[in-house]
Design a protein around this ligand. Structure first.
Ligand SMILES: NC(=O)c1ccc[n+]([C@@H]2O[C@H](COP(=O)([O-])OP(=O)(O)OC[C@H]3O[C@@H](n4cnc5c(N)ncnc54)[C@H](O)[C@@H]3O)[C@@H](O)[C@H]2O)c1
Length: 286
């Protein structure tokens, strides 16, 4: 079994472009499949913006930035994944979208040893695995945003994941991408979101009930608890649609009130106020 040099990423949003960046920075041949021709250019711009930010912060040089831009191929054609050894899925947190995609990728990718990794925040990996003919090669790799900055990835094996797939994926994520891994169970929310989401929902409920304004809650947690950013800013950064989807999945799995998405969150999603990526959420963004 050889090393992994050719990776594919499906989805060029917040997470897909971040995963593409770390893969390309590790020197890998990287293909990103966007949802359609109109999403190719925005995906490329998102990557470029993140690299420019990294350059300003001194995390990479101009030459490294240019090499990454050169290395990542953006396309709208899923067939370009044909020769990939590892494919990361980073499309929206919507189960039918993901299962349809896994079924398609399974048909396209020819390498019999290829690994299919989902970046889902809450959907059981086993359901995605069952959409393919090779469930033993499906695994969850849950990165955190911004992917180029945060060192953690949760590694989730389902009941059907092969030991070899798990070991190969862990070696790739730690050795090649330089991330640190924690193993998480195949339960909605895994480890981190099962704790983080109720906290974010609690902050949203405080705003909804008029208990405290978003700025007050955020200032409290930043200055009082040394959090790098407050829960409403973090919610905007993650994306309110993603938070609502993860909350629903957690509530469906555990039936605990703490996971139930508050109406304010649902109405903001209905209204397209999705946070930073939409220009407006609990805060507005230029
Ligand atoms: N945002 C976070 O902080 C975060 C963190 C960890 C994991 N995740 C998970 O990562 C996944 C992606 O989240 P995101 O924040 O990047 O969402 P996003 O909305 O920023 O990006 C999703 C992208 O997928 C594209 N897409 C939709 N259907 C597609 C298809 N069939 N083929 C190709 N592209 C398609 C959309 O056009 C969009 O660009 C979700 O499962 C989410 O739960 C998100």
């Amino acid at each position: 079994m050889g090393g992994i040099d050719r990776v594919g990423i499906v989805g060029s949003g917040v997470m897909g472009s971040g995963i593409a960046e770390v893969c390309a920075r590790a020197g890998l041949d990287t293909v990103v499949v966007a949802s359609g021709p109109d999403s190719v250019e925005p995906g490329r711009r998102r990557l470029r913006k993140s690299l420019d930010h990294g350059l300003r912060k001194g995390r990479l040089t101009e030459a490294e930035r240019d090499a990454v831009v050169e290395r990542v191929i953006f396309t709208a054609d899923l067939d370009e994944l044909v020769d990939r050894q590892l494919v990361f899925e980073a499309v929206p947190e919507h189960e039918p979208t993901k299962t349809d995609l896994f079924a398609l990728i399974d048909k396209i990718v020819t390498d019999p040893e290829a690994i299919f990794a989902s970046n889902t925040s809450s959907i059981p990996i086993i359901r995605l695995a069952r959409a393919t003919t090779r469930p033993q090669q499906v695994v969850g790799v849950h990165f955190f945003s911004p992917v180029p900055v945060l060192p953690l990835a949760e590694l989730i094996g389902s009941l059907l994941t092969g030991e070899e797939t798990r070991a190969r994926t862990e070696a790739f994520v730690t050795g090649t991408l330089g991330k640190q891994v924690i193993g998480s169970p195949d339960r909605a929310g895994f480890v981190v979101n099962a704790l983080l989401i109720p906290y974010l929902l609690g902050a949203i409920r405080m705003v909804e009930s008029g208990f405290a304004a978003a700025e007050v809650v955020d200032r409290g947690m930043v200055l009082g608890c040394s959090h790098p950013l407050g829960p409403l800013k973090l919610a905007d950064l993650i994306g309110l649609d993603t938070i609502a989807a993860v909350a629903r999945a957690l509530y469906e799995e555990f039936k605990e009130p703490q996971y139930s998405p508050p109406p304010l969150l649902l109405r903001m999603v209905d209204g397209g106020l999705l946070g930073k990526k939409a220009g407006r959420g609990f805060y507005t963004y230029p």
